[in-house]
Design a protein around this ligand. Structure first.
Ligand SMILES: C[S@@+](CC[C@H](N)C(=O)[O-])C[C@H]1O[C@@H](n2cnc3c(N)ncnc32)[C@H](O)[C@@H]1O
Length: 226
């Protein structure tokens, strides 16, 4: 058969069955392409972050940003957004009077996009976007903290915030609440919901819970001894 004619070549190609090796090659090629896009474009900067702590970029909705800001009303001073994405929360916080407003973001593309968005809004150099791993940031001086991360990392983040934040800090979580904390206020519904947590109240809840646990353990021990 003359394979130079396109129609014939196509018909010939259709007649050929894809063997197991061909399927394996296509699967490996597709997998490699997806991995390259993930590492190179979507999640660059995350190589040193364990897979279980990697959180993808999903921007907060307008309503979510508004609810976060409502919960922060009346607060003063600086604000940090942990995992700041395209910088929208930080920009809004700056516009609402928080100074300094700082975003920590590992993806360099998103850090660049944040700078561009701030420049476009006329607030370039008034906000700060840092390419840093949020797990390594020292939070001891932070009084207003916002987060919108995956539920899988919130338990670990709870521990970091509990250890480092000062008593007068307020933490606002968007979309997903902290698993073991009790919010002092909630705004919005569904995916736009936001939860505010006072560190001082949180520490009181935790110490009461621990007291109750100790008391019930003690009672159990006493009942066993009787
Ligand atoms: C769900 S997005 C939220 C973005 C933004 N805060 C907002 O509300 O629109 C989570 C962001 O956290 C970033 N992130 C995840 N892990 C991080 C880490 N260890 N250090 C810094 N940024 C991180 C991701 O790159 C992503 O942009």
């Amino acid at each position: 058969m003359d394979n130079d004619a396109p129609d014939e070549a196509f018909a010939d190609f259709r007649k050929k069955q894809l063997g197991g090796w061909g399927v394996a090659q296509i699967a490996a090629g597709t997998g490699l392409t997806v991995y390259a896009i993930w590492v190179g474009i979507i999640q660059p900067g995350f190589r040193k972050v364990p897979l279980r702590l990697q959180v993808p970029y999903i921007p907060a909705s307008r309503a979510q940003v508004a609810h976060v800001m409502t919960l922060l009303r009346g607060r003063k001073g600086g604000l940090v957004d942990l995992g700041s994405g395209d910088g929208r929360i930080v920009l809004e916080a700056h516009q609402q009077g928080f100074t300094p407003a700082i975003g920590y973001e590992l993806n360099p593309w998103l850090v660049r996009l944040s700078h561009f968005n701030a420049w476009r809004a006329g607030h370039h150099e008034k906000v700060s976007y840092r390419k840093e791993d949020l797990w390594k940031v020292d939070l001891r001086e932070c009084r207003n903290v916002t987060v919108f991360l995956a539920p899988s990392v919130l338990s670990l983040l709870q521990q970091k915030l509990h250890t480092e934040l000062p008593n007068d800090a307020l933490v606002v979580a968007g979309r997903f609440p902290f698993p073991d904390w009790t919010p002092c206020r909630i705004e919005g519904h569904g995916v736009d919901r936001a939860w505010a947590y006072s560190m001082q109240a949180q520490r009181q809840h935790t110490s009461k819970k621990n007291d109750k646990l100790t008391e019930s353990n003690l009672n159990n021990e006493l009942t066993k001894e009787e």
